[in-house]
Design a protein around this ligand. Structure first.
Ligand code: GAR
Length: 244
């Protein structure tokens, strides 16, 4: 692990001479030996994006990745259900997809392991949950902990869970927003990377507010992922620092 840090960024363990030991021991040699992943002659971080629905956050990442200067490429898109627009977006972009339904596995832990294997098969530097409506388990976190991020449509720690927008509206808050965070073993409890505020209007319903939150969310996710892959990140306790 990098001296003086609880965690290290992919740049630390992907450059010769950088960190060779991640917290779970899974990082380092493979990437140090291979050096930085390269696409089209330029350095690029590999993203696997997980979706469960419309995939507008995925689309924002795909659009951003079209610019080489962004510093990342979506190398695969995974889902927990077939037939969703998020998968169609990936297919239209020519990106490999995989679908793993919890119901197809005898135990939740089997699904979790299969999900981790499927992601691992694409050697991601960062896994992004973009509207993926499933909690991952210990196997997945053992492999991707510290480099698995999620986007949530509320200002965490307020209104965690499946209905962040509805719960914020029902509570009567005047400001809500979105949060990009590093996933840990809790429900939306991991260290916060970035947040953006969105005012609530008197006449908002859940759909209208969610659409406005998603406008902010897409911009925040694109900006945050871009900064992470270009500048690196570190985590000290609950504090995430992007850049040096
Ligand atoms: C996003 O608002 C995301 O924050 C939310 O699902 C939406 C997906 O939109 N996720 C959660 O609520 C997770 N708790 P998209 O499919 O259009 O990107």
């Amino acid at each position: 692990m990098c001296p003086g840090r609880d965690w290290c960024s992919w740049r630390d363990w992907s450059v010769p001479g950088g960190c060779t030991q991640g917290r779970d021991g899974s990082h380092g040699p493979r990437r140090v030996a291979g050096g930085l992943p390269r696409y089209g002659g330029r350095m690029s971080a590999r993203l696997v994006v997980l979706v469960s629905g419309a995939g507008t956050n995925l689309q924002a990442l795909l659009d951003a990745c079209a610019d080489e200067a962004y510093g990342a490429a979506v190398v695969a898109v995974g889902a927990d259900r077939p037939g969703i627009e998020g998968l169609a977006r990936a297919q239209r972009a020519g990106i490999p997809t995989f679908v793993l339904r919890v119901a197809d596995y005898p135990l939740r832990a089997d699904w979790d392991r299969a999900l981790a294997d499927a992601c691992d098969g694409f050697s991601p530097d960062l896994v992004v949950s973009a509207g993926f409506m499933k909690l991952v388990g210990p196997d997945f976190l053992a492999r991707f902990g510290g480099r698995f991020i999620n986007t949530h449509p509320a200002l965490l720690p307020a209104f965690a869970g499946m209905h962040g927008v509805r719960d914020a509206l029902e509570y009567g808050v005047k400001i809500t927003g979105c949060t990009v965070f590093i996933v840990d073993s809790g429900t939306d409890t991991g260290p916060v990377i970035a947040q953006a505020a969105v005012p609530v209007s008197d006449d908002d319903d859940v759909a209208a507010l969610h659409e406005r939150v998603k406008v902010s969310e897409r911009a925040l996710l694109v900006e945050t992922v871009g900064r992470m892959v270009r500048e690196g990140w570190s985590v000290h306790g609950r504090k995430v620092k992007v850049g040096h």
